[in-house]
Design a protein around this ligand. Structure first.
Ligand code: APR
Length: 231
């Protein structure tokens, strides 16, 4: 099987009920991202930010992986050394579908980070300001999420995977936020073919060799089945 890098966005988890950011009724139409998804917002009002992520953590815990998560996990299991799963999503639905070593470039809502000592741990369902860090006891803990203005995680690993990719696939992402939105151009520059699987055309659709439109729970399993039949 060829080397495949798959980038996913909120559209992958939309049918699991987790909502997207920029669709009608999306998360950024209900909350001001400056208040809940920036370091400045956290410094101003940590209780509001913890409340926002406590609600998203509860949504995530109450959700189930959908057929698209399961299909990506099945593809990775069929060829673990050929399939790299990169996600902008902070939920753990790919892991709960059986995927491993998922690269969460925007962090994970089920993990916490100590801003004092850098310790990371699996988070209790509800986080409060002043929660002491289990390692250094400082009351300086935050969700382990990459906020706007911060550097996404694992960029070197992602760059290395893109440089080796034969095929780059984007699933359920609007192509609105960099650096993830630039991965398709990076992959093309390295000679990879590119495929977009999305409900509707995205901001970067024109950069993809092929686009397949439809709900992820339908078009992702169909695409994976084709790949696995080809071997
Ligand atoms: N199946 C497939 N795609 C879908 C579905 C679905 N059922 N529902 C929505 N989509 C598509 C939309 O058409 C859109 O292109 O998913 C995309 C969701 O786009 P966004 O809401 O912008 O989410 P995303 O691209 O993941 O945002 C990137 O922005 O706010 C930050 O950190 C946040 O990781 C997020 C990043």
């Amino acid at each position: 099987m060829e080397r495949i890098v798959i980038l996913s966005g909120a559209g992958l988890s939309a049918e699991s009920g987790l909502g997207t950011f920029r669709d009608a009724g999306g998360i950024w139409q209900k909350y001001d991202l400056e208040e809940v998804a920036t370091p400045e917002g956290f410094a101003r009002n940590p209780a509001l930010v913890h409340q926002f992520y406590n609600a998203r953590r509860a949504n995530c815990a109450g959700a189930a992986p959908n057929a698209a998560h399961r299909a990506l996990a099945e593809l990775q299991q069929a060829a673990p050394d050929r399939v790299t799963l990169v996600t902008q999503n902070i939920d753990d639905l790919l892991e709960r579908a059986g995927a491993r070593d998922v690269i969460h470039m925007h962090g994970e809502v089920m993990r916490a980070l100590c801003a004092s000592c850098g310790h990371r741990w699996d988070v209790p369902m509800v986080m409060q300001p002043q929660d002491p860090c289990p390692a250094c006891a400082q009351p300086d803990t935050r969700p382990d999420i990459v906020w706007f203005g911060e550097i996404p995680y694992h960029m070197e690993d992602i760059g290395a995977a893109l440089s080796q990719a034969d095929l780059f696939v984007a699933v359920g992402t609007s192509g609105a936020v960099y650096p993830a939105a630039g991965f398709v151009s990076e992959a093309r520059a390295f000679g990879a073919r590119t495929l977009e699987l999305n409900l509707e055309p995205s901001e970067t659709s024109r950069l993809f060799d092929t686009s397949r439109l439809g709900p992820a729970s339908e078009i992702v399993p169909a695409w994976v089945a084709e790949l696995l039949q080809r071997g």
